[in-house]
Ligand binder design. Sequence first.
Ligand code: FAD
Length: 425
Amino acid sequence: MSNTWSNWSGFVSAEPKLIASPGDAGELGDLVRTAPGPVRVAGAGHSFTPLVKSQGTILSLERLEGLVSHDAQKHQARVRAGTRLGPLMHILQGIGQGLPNMGDIDRQAIGGALGTATHGSGPTLGAYHTQLETVQIVDGLGKVRDFKRAGDRDMIHAIGVALGAFGVLTEVTLNNIATYRLRRRKYVLPITEMLRDFEAMMAAHRSAEFYYIPFSGYAQFIASDFSDAAPTTRPPEEDEAGLRTLRRLRTSLAWLPSLRGRLIRSAAAKFPAEDYVQDWLNVYASDRQTKFNEMEYHLPFEEGPKALAEIIELTEKRFPEVYFPMEVRSVAPDQFWLSPFYNRLTCSIAIHHDAANDPLPFMRAAEPIFRRYGGRPHWGKMHSLKAAELKKLYPRWDDAMAARRDIDPENRFVSPYMAGLFGIE
Ligand SMILES: Cc1cc2nc3c(=O)[nH]c(=O)nc-3n(C[C@H](O)[C@H](O)[C@H](O)COP(=O)(O)OP(=O)(O)OC[C@H]3O[C@@H](n4cnc5c(N)ncnc54)[C@H](O)[C@@H]3O)c2cc1C
């Protein structure tokens, strides 16, 4: 059997000695103790950085999935960490609960989404890890350990965004909300207006985000708010067709930016506006088929428009091959030690590059702009930072590293990539 693993975009691959799918925490504990190291755990492989890569063992939790128990009064659900978000949405809807927010897709495992601070958008809405009530892990010695928000707050704050380095999550209890319905609106407007009114527009909705369409001067704004109205039909998704148009114009007119811009603007002006009401689980996720690589930085909220303006200028002056829209979101502050949203309201800016092309020149040129504005990188998306730089961005860094040593005293979860991130010799 081939032991090849690769991530969603194909940019990261590994040939570990062993790929294993334990069926329970006991089997998992044995593997953590005895399998060839380093031992890394995979979710759905949707990270763009080599977090999962290992020359030793890669553990898949695909057999550890599903609902364990729930509390209807508190809207809490205990689930196995290998559960994918798609099935999780349906499990929760079936017990009258909803995830308070979601990102772009529903393909990740909950353990993987927690592992990198995966987030959606909304100034009062935290990333998935802020929903944690209890966490069960298998630690680096193969022992099962349980932590609760009430009583083990520090450990929850240490483990919540854990990069597969603070034990293998086996079960988590999530604080959800009662199932709900959303009204979602989407329309195109000039980027100048979007940047001018950024703070007000992002704050005016429960969840708001926008995409800037490179070389067009236009943004596509998307807002969702609670609704009691009857559901209406969700229009068919046009994102993939839109991408194909943008790629065609890129390929034929890369060096004619003004003509390209004119054609994109006239195409954008015809993008149909959307306005529909649906249950929460039918609103957030999109189907992403065109493979890309991505960098996302999390900046102090008020710096978002200035940083984005610089990224747009860089792209349009020097990187005509770029055609993927840039995504701009907001995320609520939290108290988790390795959370990029630690103690600050955030504006997240994501740039994408077709997976068929080398993303590094574009990413390397953009990263200093994000860093100049005080950005913290998304843990699962491309960045070049190592321990010395990361430590300066995270006030509780030393506490997090001490918690990691307690959980994994023999560095079983430390691959070369993780050693660079954490500064482990
Ligand atoms: C098309 C696409 C769209 C995306 N959209 C968004 C978005 O909207 N918002 C956003 O924030 N990100 C987004 N991402 C990034 C993605 O959500 C994160 O990289 C996420 O971590 C991937 O989850 P995964 O299950 O694939 O985990 P993996 O990438 O497989 O693993 C991520 C990390 O979690 C660890 N891990 C996984 N399972 C466990 C476990 N049980 N216990 C301990 N550690 C574990 C791994 O070791 C690794 O360190 C997107 C990625 C893609 C490809």
